[in-house]
Structure formats: structure tokens, C-alpha cells
Design a protein. Structure first.
Ligand code: NDP
Length: 291
């Protein structure tokens, strides 16, 4: 069993530390507010008085704090102990923040792994949880068994920014699903219906629409959006006009669906009315369609 330190015992850090203790690892914990340390010590962790003491205690240092500003401040305070350590930072941040922190950690002669957690704290250690990792692949492989105690562990590449990139990509899908569902539920409620009664079919619809993603992905990677499935953009532009009009008629603000309507119309105006909807992606790239 490896000795592992955990910096940060908020809801998520406590769940991570708990999973490691449960599996029999020797775990040292640190938290800014000391009252959060005691429950983990009751489970069997050792408490450290400072971040430096926690970093010195273990080869693998798991960091889970509020944001990158707090991570940078806490690691700067432990700078002298970092050499030779693996820092696995599971704090949510941007790809740019992850790359910059990786450079700083490596300058301290330590190794950096970034993690994007796709779970809420009660899911940690259950089959519902998975985590993206990026950065040092050898360090990821060396500690993979420990990482898998948190949930399925997916290494997505040596660029430290790739774990947060995949994380925010999936969160974008969550936002889309949530906004779509709220729009739909508003329509149902505005005309006196029951959201609960409507929801089983909403769940079925979301699942069948998600099953189209692999087809969209093929078109997106090829950059060829010629309609295959009979849902061309000109037809969808007309349908979106009706959806927006119907929402207003029913007393619902179409604010969630207006942006899609605008993009579809722009694509039709650009001459792509016979393409499939995946072609709308071309309007999202600010700097060309990528490498
Ligand atoms: P909490 O608010 O429960 O805990 C925040 C932690 O950060 C605490 O340990 C807090 O210490 C510490 N902290 C905040 N500011 C500082 C600072 N300036 N210096 C030192 N320590 C600081 O958040 P969570 O544990 O839920 O989230 C932690 C990370 O995990 C976040 O990046 C979050 O986005 C990510 N995450 C959380 C999920 C969730 O559902 N909770 C899901 C996926 C990712 P103190 O106790 O002293 O305040």
C-alpha cells in the first residue's frame, strides 16, 4: 500500500481521502480549517499541521481545493518539500491553469498529474464515478490503482490541460441537457401540465438523441456534413421558428432555444441548408477548426 497525502478536506477532498483510507492506504491529510481533519483521523488518517508536512509524508500528493488560486497558494507554502513528489491536482480549473501549474510543479522537480472529476462526493468509489487524468503518464500508471479507488480512471494525454478540457466539454453537455429540459418543463407547466408526468418520456427522448452522437462525431471529424438522415438544416430552421413562436404563444421565454435558431439560420444563409445539423459546429470555431 502506498502512502498518500490529501490536501483539502472539503466535501470532495474528504470523499477522496475516505476512499483511500477504506482501501488500507496510509493517508496523511491537511486542511486549512482544522475542524475538518478530525473526522478523517477518526477513520484512520494522520493529520498534518502544515501543507509542507503533508507533502513531505508521501510520494503521492492528492490536491482538491476550491480553485487554482488556493492550490497555488497552498503548494507555494510547501515548495521545499515538493521535490520528487507526484502532485495529482483534482481541483476544477481551466486547461490554461492546469498547464501553467504543471510547469511550476515540474520546476520544483516534482511530477504533475491533473484530474477532472466527473462525480459528486457521494459517488466517489462507486461505479457512477469517473475521472479524466492528464499530464505525466508514467506517474498516472504508477498510481493508477489508487486513482481507481475514486472511480474509473481515464488517461487522456500528456498535455496537462486535457483533463480539464474533457471535464468542461462534458459539463457543456450537462448545461445543454439542463437548459433543454427546463425549456421543455416550462412549456408543460405553463399550460398546466405536470413535469413529473412528462419526465419519463423526456428521459427516453434524451437517451435516443444521445445515441446520435457517434454519427455526428463521424461528420465532425470528417468536416463533411451532407445530410444522411433526412433532417436537413433548412427544415430545422423552419421548425425552430415554430418552436420559438409556440413558446411565446404559451407564455414561455424562448431564451434557451434562440441561440440554436440563430446559428441554424446563419448556416442556411451561408448556403448549407441541405446539410445535417452537425455543420453548425463550423460557426463555433473562433480560430479555425483545430489542428
Ligand atoms: P468545498 O467548498 O467543500 O471545499 C473547498 C476546499 O478548499 C476546503 O478544503 C477549503 O478549506 C479549501 N480552500 C478554499 N480556499 C482555500 C484557500 N485560499 N486556501 C486553502 N484552502 C482553501 O468544495 P469541494 O470539496 O466540493 O470541491 C473541491 C474541488 O472539487 C473544487 O475544485 C470542485 O470544483 C471540485 N469538484 C467538486 C464536485 C462536487 O460536487 N462537490 C464535483 C466535481 C469536482 P476550508 O475547509 O478551510 O474552507
Amino acid at each position: 500500500m502506498t502512502t498518500i497525502s490529501v490536501l483539502g478536506l472539503g466535501a470532495m477532498g474528504s470523499a477522496l481521502a475516505g476512499a483511500l483510507i477504506k482501501a488500507g492506504h496510509t493517508v496523511t491529510v491537511w486542511n486549512r480549517t482544522q475542524s475538518r481533519v478530525q473526522p478523517l483521523m477518526t477513520l484512520g488518517a494522520r493529520g498534518a499541521a502544515t501543507p509542507g508536512e503533508a507533502v513531505a509524508a508521501s510520494e503521492l500528493v492528492v490536491v482538491c481545493l476550491l480553485d487554482y488560486a488556493s492550490v497555488e497558494a497552498v503548494l507555494a507554502g510547501a515548495e521545499k518539500a515538493l521535490s520528487g513528489r507526484v502532485v495529482a491536482n483534482l481541483t476544477t480549473g481551466t486547461p490554461k491553469q492546469a498547464r501553467s501549474l504543471a510547469t511550476w510543479v515540474e520546476a520544483q522537480e516534482a511530477t504533475y498529474v491533473d484530474g477532472g472529476i466527473m462525480a459528486v462526493p457521494p459517488m466517489i468509489g462507486t461505479p457512477q464515478s469517473f475521472i479524466f487524468y492528464s499530464g505525466s503518464e508514467p506517474a498516472f500508471e504508477r498510481h493508477k490503482a489508487a486513482f481507481e479507488l475514486f472511480g474509473d480512471a481515464f488517461f487522456v494525454g500528456p498535455d496537462a490541460g486535457l483533463a480539464p478540457l474533457n471535464d468542461i466539454a462534458l459539463l457543456g453537455i450537462l448545461d445543454g441537457l439542463l437548459s433543454g429540459y427546463l425549456h421543455a418543463a416550462a412549456l408543460i407547466r405553463a399550460s398546466g401540465g405536470s413535469a413529473e408526468a412528462f419526465t419519463p418520456l423526456a428521459v427516453r427522448w434524451a437517451g435516443s438523441m444521445a445515441s446520435l452522437f457517434p454519427d455526428l462525431a463521424r461528420q465532425i471529424d470528417r468536416g463533411d456534413y451532407r445530410a444522411e438522415g433526412g433532417s436537413n438544416l433548412a427544415m430545422q430552421a423552419a421548425a425552430m421558428d415554430q418552436m420559438v413562436e409556440a413558446a411565446r404563444d404559451e407564455g414561455v421565454d424562448p431564451i434557451f432555444i434562440e441561440p440554436m435558431r440563430t446559428l441554424i439560420h446563419r448556416r442556411v444563409t451561408d448556403g448549407f441548408g441541405t446539410d445535417d445539423s452537425a455543420g453548425v459546429i463550423e460557426l463555433l470555431f473562433l480560430n479555425g477548426r483545430g489542428k
